[in-house]
Design a protein around this ligand. Structure first.
Ligand code: ADP
Length: 308
């Protein structure tokens, strides 16, 4: 096999109370990536999208992830990568993770599947380091494994795939820029014990809700007393979206990753579509451009669509 095309999905990190430890893969949007093996050692990257991302391998998250993989592969190897992004960088929908994860999954297939999914997460985290300044796995892990994952530990990596409930997800992406590095910097470094107690109760409840398909428990547990009160200030319309969507039947939701996208979960597609209408009305009213998605959980992760 010399050439492979993959679709790398968007992901929602944190899932409200699980900052840096929980993430979920989505059916849409996704990036398209084609990777070829070349005789010339090294990496060549080309973007065919509109986002003006750096194409130097050390500055592009896909290049950083591939470099980590090549270091462990040890034999000289060359890659040519074409990326067409549909997930806007800085959306909070795991744009950088899709590029990092898609590149290493594709490379692993071309090299004969010698690396485990856990290895691939480890390589892809090098891409996340350039995008957000720190290595984190809450987006790259569901992107590679599919479904919903818990990162119990990063060093050493301990990834736990969770049960995937049949949920619908509505997302609004206000077209404002929130850089991951900025939204990390504004966070307080200390947590009050009473807040920590609330948060770990909620994380336990959320995981149990996923495992038991208990939508009410998922909804009750989607409360974040540590990160959301600080980060939501950067997102116009946040409080109104959350309140009105819950009133209309959404089980819960919050900031996707570091924002500015907001996601809300629903038990059925009809409610998810109704939620989309509510989100649109709010952003029309406050005159902020936006994009919406109604989607579901992607259980496959990065998908191979063509191999030659
Ligand atoms: P998201 O929140 O959607 O994951 P991030 O802010 O984490 O987006 O990542 C986007 C950052 O990563 C931008 O600074 C962008 O320039 C950089 N970057 C470099 N290469 C890529 C790539 N291939 N895809 C996406 N972002 C990239």
């Amino acid at each position: 096999m010399k050439k492979i095309k993959v679709l790398a999905p968007a992901t929602i990190a944190n899932l409200v109370c699980g900052f840096d430890i929980l993430g979920m893969a989505l059916k849409a949007p996704f990036d398209e990536m084609t990777l070829s093996l070349t005789d010339e050692p090294g990496i060549v990257i080309k973007h065919t999208d509109e986002y003006n991302l750096p194409e130097e391998p050390e500055k592009n998250v896909s290049g950083a992830a591939l470099l980590a993989l090549m270091e462990e592969f040890k034999k000289p190897v060359g890659f040519h990568l074409t990326i067409h992004k549909h997930i806007k960088p800085g959306s909070g929908l795991g744009s950088s993770a899709a590029s990092s994860a898609g590149a290493v999954v594709a490379a692993n297939h071309l090299l004969g599947n010698i690396f485990s999914n856990e290895d691939l997460v480890r390589f892809a985290m090098n891409g996340e380091k350039i995008a957000g300044g720190v290595k984190h796995a809450d987006n790259v892990s569901p992107c590679i494994y599919g479904g919903v994952t818990l990162i119990r530990s990063i060093f050493p990596l301990d990834i736990i795939p969770l049960n995937v409930p049949d949920l619908f997800i509505t997302i609004v992406h206000p077209q404002i820029e929130v850089r991951t590095s900025d939204s990390r910097q504004i966070l307080r470094k200390e947590v009050q014990l009473k807040n920590a107690i609330k948060q770990w109760g909620n994380i336990g409840g959320l995981i149990m809700g996923f495992m038991k398909n208990d939508f009410d428990l998922i909804g009750r547990s989607m409360e974040d007393v540590i990160i959301e009160p600080v980060r939501s200030i950067l997102i116009p319309g946040f409080d109104e979206v959350k309140l009105k969507c819950k009133e209309a039947g959404s089980i819960g939701g919050g900031i996707s990753g570091s924002g500015p996208s907001i996601f809300m979960l629903s038990k059925d597609e009809e409610t998810a579509n109704k939620i989309e209408g509510i989100m649109k009305d709010i952003y029309e009213k406050i005159e902020v451009d936006y994009k919406t998605y109604v989607t579901a959980i992607n259980t496959e992760g990065v998908k191979i669509v063509e191999a030659q």
